[in-house]
Design a protein. Structure first.
Ligand code: HEC
Length: 188
């Protein structure tokens, strides 16, 4: 109960959208060389939805066709999730990952079951660290392969990641909120 009240108070403070962007700074684990550390508990973040990518489609990390269909699970760091749901604005320090999961070969009509986790990509919103990047978003990846994933990632070039988010999601802060059922907000 105490936690609930504290959470509500925090959210009440940040109910104005502009406040969410400027006043808050959620902690993100960066290193002195500018690389970011892979979050160690991302599967305990809020899973906002799953997308199925058919076999043969291109994976955005390595630009190669995928040998089996892959599920993509999207997880949002819980404080960023709470603030976004309350305000509609992604706060400074937002972290979102998408994790790829390979599937077992299945014939048409068969159930598509998962075989193993197979890669992790991340975006971070950081107004101070990425003053000129579109949407103040930095894009990272920790490999497209079975675990273990890389422990750190350097910032990826704009052409590889941001360009597509800019082209397709400019009306939603460059984050595909409308793809994820768990990010649907009540319109007031
Ligand atoms: C060809 C277009 C395209 C490229 C290139 C691309 N993305 Fe995305 N990205 C998308 C789409 C579409 C979604 C929504 C996916 C879904 O429905 O699950 C997405 C979702 C994401 C998400 C989850 C948050 C969100 O916006 O839904 C992250 C994190 C992400 N991408 C990171 C990356 C990274 C890192 C790269 C570069 C390695 C990258 N993206 C390159 C199109 C792209």
């Amino acid at each position: 109960m105490k936690r609930l009240i504290a959470g509500a108070a925090v959210l009440a403070c940040f109910s104005a959208a502009s406040m969410a962007e400027e006043a808050i700074k959620l902690p993100v684990s960066f290193n002195a060389d500018g690389t970011v550390n892979r979050p160690l508990n991302h599967r305990q973040w809020v899973n906002v939805g799953t997308t199925l990518i058919p076999q043969g489609e291109i994976n955005i990390i390595d630009n190669l066709p995928i040998p089996t269909s892959e599920y993509i699970d999207t997880y949002v760091e819980p404080m960023a999730f709470a603030i976004y749901m309350a305000t509609g604005t992604w706060p400074n320090g937002t972290q979102i990952v998408k994790e790829f999961t390979a599937t077992k070969q299945a014939d048409a009509g068969e159930v598509l079951t998962e075989s193993h986790y197979n890669g992790l990509a991340m975006l971070v919103k950081d107004v101070q660290r990425f003053p000129t990047e579109t949407g103040h978003l930095g894009y990272f990846n920790f490999g497209h392969h079975a675990e273990p994933y890389e422990a750190t990632s350097k910032l990826l070039p704009r052409e590889q990641c941001s360009a597509c988010h800019e082209a397709l999601a400019s009306d939603q802060q460059y984050i595909f909120g409308d793809h994820h059922i768990g990010l649907a907000r009540q319109q007031n």
